[in-house]
Design a binder for this molecule. Structure first.
Ligand SMILES: [Zn+2]
Length: 185
């Protein structure tokens, strides 16, 4: 059976950030979060450094915002060099794809693209006290699916907006073009 989440090393890295919440006991929210993501009840918007989602559970919509710290300038330059080298060595990839081998090259160079839960600034407007709530977890699972479909997103999320503009492709939405009123409304 193919992996439902984390079919690529890129998505898998994000799935691991969610499953790292499993410490001493299984987190009962995870099966529910997976189900929400699987059934497309978490609608994502991604920009450089942030993922937002509308998550609908039993007819109630919650808004999640997850902020991801950008790579340092030095890390970004190292990453761009590795990405360029890898793309040159693997011609003919589909738009938005990245070679699986690049994931291990980045990891070997100490460059992480998935952000551990502890380093994310995640907010949700639901009333539950528990954090991360099921909406945040569902957003992360949905993100891992999105990254599986389009691995380049994994690195774009961590670049500053100027760098991301250089690698822009047609389905990339620059931060400035998002309408904040409808985006967060
Ligand atoms: Zn929530």
């Amino acid at each position: 059976m193919p992996a439902e989440f984390g079919a690529t090393p890129w998505g898998r890295s994000w799935t691991r950030t969610v499953e790292s919440t499993v410490t001493s006991a299984p987190n009962p929210l995870l099966p529910k979060a997976r189900s929400i993501a699987r059934n497309h009840h978490a609608t994502l918007s991604t920009t450089v450094g942030a993922v937002t989602a509308k998550v609908v559970v039993s007819g109630t919509e919650s808004t999640v915002l997850i902020e991801l710290p950008p790579w340092s300038e030095a890390t970004r330059q190292d990453a761009e060099r590795l990405i360029a080298k890898s793309l040159a060595a693997n011609p003919g990839l589909a738009t938005g794809d990245l070679p699986d081998s690049l994931e291990s090259e980045l990891t070997s160079a100490g460059i992480t693209f998935a952000v551990p839960l502890a380093e994310q600034v995640a907010t949700c407007d639901c009333k539950t006290r528990k954090r991360p709530c099921v909406h945040i977890l569902a957003t992360l699972y949905a993100l891992s699916m999105r990254v599986d479909e389009r691995p380049r997103l994994a690195v774009e999320l961590r670049m500053n907006s100027a760098a991301a503009a250089e690698v822009a492709d047609p389905d990339w939405i620059p931060l400035a073009e998002l309408d904040a009123a409808t985006f967060y409304g």
